[in-house]
Design a protein around this ligand. Sequence first.
Ligand code: UD1
Ligand code: CA
Length: 490
Amino acid sequence: MTDNALDASLAVVILAAGQGTRMRSSLPKVLHRIGGRPLVGHVLDTARDLAPAHVVVVVRHERDLVAEAVLGVSDEVVVVDQDEIPGTGRAVEVALRHLRDFEGDVLVLSGDVPLLDADALTPFLAAHRAASSAATLLSAVLDDPTGYGRVLRDETGAVAQIVEQKDATAEQAAVREVNAGVYLFQAGPLRAELERVGTDNAQGEKYLTDVIGMLRADAYEVAASIVADVTSVMGVNDRVQLSEAARVLNARTVRKWQLAGVTVQDPASTWIDVTATLAPDVTVLPHTQILRATVIGEGAVVGPDTTLEDCEVGAGATVRRSDATLAVIGERASVGPFAYLRPGTQLGARGKIGTFVETKNSTIGEGSKVPHLSYIGDTTIGRGVNLGAGAITANYDDIAKHRTEIGDEVHSGSHNVFVAPVRIGDGAKTGAGAVIRKDVPAGALALSVAPQRNVEGWVENHRPGTGAAEAAARARSAEKADDVAQEESH
Ligand code: UD1
Ligand code: CA
């Protein structure tokens, strides 16, 4: 299917009305995230890739939250409210009210089956259409079928019905072929059967799965496609399955980038959101998270132990043992180890944000360095600047935030405080320990520290008998002995 040609005889219904009781969460299940996106977001992506004429999402539990998330992905989706009658069958029934004149194929997807992509569904759709079945379901053969509905077949091997785990006899429960919760139905027969589905089962719900047995009883053709890759139909019902699905998705994402030329040393400890982009010859070292819309340029080295969220990392840059959000790191720049880049940080090409440095809402120009132990907030730094160890921009006066502006080629001494608002002109220098409260003109040397005064003998006079006094006395007698020896040698 090409991007713009809609499949006029395909409608997708996504079930997202359930509470997800087994998650034990205040957040609706389908809004829990894997790969940086809510479960239902992955399902919407899959739906969109199939280019259906209609996408209907059924909501009920926390409907506003779910509807907002869904419409945030696409405003062409129709959100439909399920009523107080529970069950997947009822959910599809209310969805069909919004597809009243539709006579094509209805693809039902579950909001909690996030790993199924369009590549897996395209042959499923083709098989369904080729066979003209009233229903085709996707099934999987699992070593442990616990929790899923079982696919029961008749003596000819044809699908006879689906029985839910809670309604299954011991013999039925032993069947390892499970219902993936993904179906294709012809709209007409589906509509007709749903009206007659009852709630006489262990959960008192209108089961969509009952439609399968009913269609068979009414002599319709029903087929099942068994998926080869069972991970693609994993359902997420609890947080154990959530982490399992996240791991499978992540393994896929890592593999995709590896095949595209990215070195990932340890896939198991590397987490890459589906929304991130990595160029060829990027190297990702262990225990690194590349999140949201992060983009990493060619040849950059990221990690170990690094988290990047919504960041842009330039080609050839290195980021070691650091944490950055909404930051731009220039080409061949260097960050870390142990740097914390907060939103609005922009580091120029070949610049450096070094060890134990925190930055926020600041621009650091090309080739400029903040190498050690610093806080740089609300600051603009020009090119070729070097700030000495321990530079602090005091950007907050208890009432408001102010900016520090540092020109090109400025070199500051160690342990400076820049009390904002303040400007340092191009080429200026500052002395060690300076507290810069006033603007420094271009090319000036700013000194703010009082001259040092040594009070000789203070320790021996005021702290007699202490280790310090004894050490001082030893040093003084050694100095005297030295002086005598030197005089004798002359
Ligand atoms: C369902 C199937 C089961 C299948 C499994 C696959 C039924 C009766 N059972 O079981 O055969 O093996 O999926 O993952 O269909 N939902 C609604 N409205 C409701 C109830 C649920 O929209 O009233 C939605 C949920 O939000 C969820 C999906 O339907 O996204 C499936 O519901 P869930 O309760 O998780 O069904 P399972 O017990 O997993
Ligand atoms: Ca489920």
